[in-house]
Design a protein around this ligand. Structure first.
Ligand SMILES: Cc1cc2nc3c(=O)[nH]c(=O)nc-3n(C[C@H](O)[C@H](O)[C@H](O)COP(=O)(O)O)c2cc1C
Length: 267
């Protein structure tokens, strides 16, 4: 386990990740679609928020602990679903879920994770949240919801804003894949990123394990990519939320709402 004391800022962590992780995966995490303007705004919008500072109040027992979705948390923050985390670091989703567990905040596992629902459940002791992408293959979605229930995930996070993928120039230029194709460029990466390489050699989790082995059309890597690329359901609408909610039977967080009107429709 890395000693985190030497990383004082997010920039320090980013620099370390750039050194450690193959370019195609670092760029995947550090980029946006098309001109990347909304990606930049993700940071710049937050910079505009200023906190009101009051003085002469008793600060002794300040406490960030609260509840989120009925669950006690040490602070009101959850780890968002991040696809392919297990490609940034071997078994990345398990590591992140364990860190969240230790810290007392929820971890959200992505549909497009490398470690499966079952992998994370077997390697953690507290329940984690599961994020669902709605695919055209409804029996697969039903099985996925049932698997999340079997793993005792208390909250389902339903992502609504990725039915059409934005064009991500860096990913196209880098030929992003999980696992990556063995090209001369990638062999160079393997040689120059030994910590990442040894980690990956030490795990069997190197592809999208929520999907691989759970869809008959996706028997190998080529068919898995083909299946996934055609699966995001363009007809996803508010009525779908109703059956998903019913099937899951617990709280559903609707994720990716960007317009106030849509927020009103979601409730
Ligand atoms: C590399 C990367 C992968 C992501 N993968 C997913 C995903 O699989 N599912 C999902 O719902 N959101 C995904 N997101 C979106 C995040 O969950 C989150 O909503 C977004 O990054 C905004 O939060 P932030 O400002 O804290 O980054 C991803 C974001 C990034 C940067």
């Amino acid at each position: 386990m890395a000693n985190l004391d030497k990383y004082l800022t997010i920039e320090d962590l980013m620099k370390a990740a750039r050194r450690r992780v193959p370019k195609m995966f670092f760029d995947y995490a550090d980029s946006g679609a098309w001109t990347e303007s909304t990606y930049r705004e993700n940071s710049s919008d937050f910079e505009k928020i200023k906190l009101r500072q009051r003085v002469a109040v008793n600060l002794e027992n300040r406490n960030l602990a609260t509840t989120m979705m009925g669950q006690p948390v040490s602070m009101p923050v959850a780890i968002a679903p991040v696809g392919s985390t297990g490609m940034q670091s071997a078994d990345g989703e398990i590591k992140a879920a364990r860190a969240a567990e230790k810290f007392g905040i929820p971890f959200t596992l992505s549909t497009m994770a490398i470690c499966s629902i079952e992998d994370v459940a077997e390697n953690t002791t507290k329940p984690f949240w599961f994020q669902l992408y709605v695919m055209r293959d409804k029996p697969f979605i039903e099985r996925l919801i049932d698997r999340a229930k079997a793993a005792k995930c208390p909250v389902l996070v339903l992502t609504m804003d990725l039915q059409i993928l934005g064009q991500r120039h860096k990913d196209i230029r880098n030929g992003l894949r999980a696992p990556p194709p063995i090209t001369p460029r990638f062999l160079f990466e393997i040689a120059t990123k030994p910590a990442w390489t040894f980690g990956m050699l030490g795990t069997k989790r190197r592809t999208f394990r929520n999907i691989a082995g759970h869809v008959t059309e996706a028997v190998n890597l080529a068919s898995l990519s083909k299946w996934t690329a055609t699966q995001f359901d363009l007809t996803l609408n508010w009525k779908d939320i109703a059956w998903i909610k019913k099937r899951f039977g617990g709280p559903v967080v609707v994720k990716g709402i960007l317009d106030a009107e849509d927020a009103r429709l979601a409730v």
